[in-house]
Design a protein around this ligand. Structure first.
Ligand SMILES: Cc1cc2nc3c(=O)[nH]c(=O)nc-3n(C[C@H](O)[C@H](O)[C@H](O)COP(=O)(O)OP(=O)(O)OC[C@H]3O[C@@H](n4cnc5c(N)ncnc54)[C@H](O)[C@@H]3O)c2cc1C
Ligand SMILES: NC(=O)c1ccc[n+]([C@@H]2O[C@H](COP(=O)([O-])OP(=O)(O)OC[C@H]3O[C@@H](n4cnc5c(N)ncnc54)[C@H](OP(=O)(O)O)[C@@H]3O)[C@@H](O)[C@H]2O)c1
Length: 269
């Protein structure tokens, strides 16, 4: 029983009425000075679908800053993982830049989002198009065994400025070499698209351009079609807008009111 006469004990007692849990930072990995992944403890009741985002809070109780972050970890990991860009002057970024192992972070108990495979009608090829930190939820999605049974081809495209920004490259290339499931139906292809280092990747240029000039389809050796392709897009809102225009012209639609579609989006700002 909690001794409520001790204000310290009262503050530490978990409150089931609260909408968040307080988790502990387990590890921090800097990919570049402004790109960081971190792991936290996971509350036993925390449930999510790959592609969902959680709301995180840092700062003092009087001035908490809440921001949404996509889950990178798989549903069966006993920790939560996130990737974040440190935006100069950003309210959350300023706290994140000082985060240390052992620090506390608040995690909303509920998860949200429409960037989930169940938003899509059944298909043959799943195209996962990310810019920058938008790659995070796609690692969670391709670590879901059900996705390897539902599709024949998983095509991951990661658009970044510099090769150093290719977070989780090793994870995707490992999955491309060896599927998640023995006897899985799907194969995975991974394509970096680096925009500011000429010659650093087979594909260079922004994702909407690579769609428009057919280079993505060429690289994957697969045509984009309404019948077979399902497309998920995550990251920069201008990139998402341009991809959406391209796909809409081909007849693709987002899921609506329980009717699954052929494309799904998550815009980060
Ligand atoms: C549904 C959802 C999920 C998100 N998931 C992630 C995630 O997994 N990882 C992540 O880093 N951010 C994610 N974001 C953005 C994140 O919530 C914050 O906005 C961001 O990390 C910066 O917070 P801030 O308070 O420091 O600056 P803010 O004041 O929130 O942002 C300032 C500016 O920074 C730029 N910016 C914001 N986010 C990014 C980004 N991810 N990449 C490049 N530029 C950006 C934009 O120009 C924005 O206007 C997500 C946003 C949404 C809506
Ligand atoms: N990445 C870094 O080196 C770096 C360094 C310091 C700070 N930051 C911070 O991080 C933020 C940017 O992060 P980020 O590099 O992850 O994201 P980003 O600016 O969205 O760039 C990621 C990829 O998306 C492309 N892109 C940008 N606008 C696009 C559009 N309209 N259509 C299609 N593709 C588009 C970029 O191409 P282009 O290269 O052609 O723009 C790049 O390949 C900045 O606001 C800054 O605060 C980043």
């Amino acid at each position: 029983m909690v001794d409520t006469s001790d204000p310290g004990a009262q503050a530490k007692a978990p409150n089931p009425e609260e909408k968040w849990t307080v988790e502990k930072v387990l590890s921090i990995h800097y990919w570049t000075p402004s790109l960081v992944s971190f792991r936290t403890t996971r509350a036993s009741g925390f449930r999510f679908t790959p592609g969902h985002y959680a709301r995180l809070a840092l700062g003092s109780d009087e001035a908490l800053v809440w921001r949404p972050y996509s889950l990178v970890s798989a549903t069966d990991d006993d920790y939560l993982e996130f990737i974040a860009v440190l935006v100069p002057g950003g309210a959350f970024s300023q706290h994140l830049a000082k985060l240390a192992v052992g620090d506390a972070i608040k995690v909303d108990k509920a998860c949200f989002g429409f960037l989930t495979v169940n938003q899509l009608a059944p298909g043959r090829d799943l195209w996962l198009l990310a810019s920058g930190t938008g790659i995070g939820p796609f690692l969670s999605i391709v670590r879901d065994p059900a996705v390897w049974q539902a599709f024949e081809h998983l095509i991951v495209v990661h658009g970044v400025r510099h090769s150093a920004d290719l977070a989780y490259r090793e994870d995707f290339t490992a999955l491309a070499r060896q599927p998640l499931l023995a006897g899985a139906r799907a194969t995975l292809s991974y394509f970096p698209a680096i925009t500011r280092e000429p010659g650093a990747s087979q594909l260079s240029g922004r994702i909407p351009q690579l769609l428009a000039n057919g280079r993505l389809e060429q690289a994957a050796n697969l045509p984009l079609s309404l019948a077979d392709s399902r497309v998920m897009v995550c990251g920069n809102p201008d990139m998402a807008f341009e991809v959406r225009q391209h796909l809409s012209a081909l007849g693709f639609a987002t899921g609506r009111r329980g009717v699954p579609g052929q494309m799904a989006f998550e815009k980060y700002w």
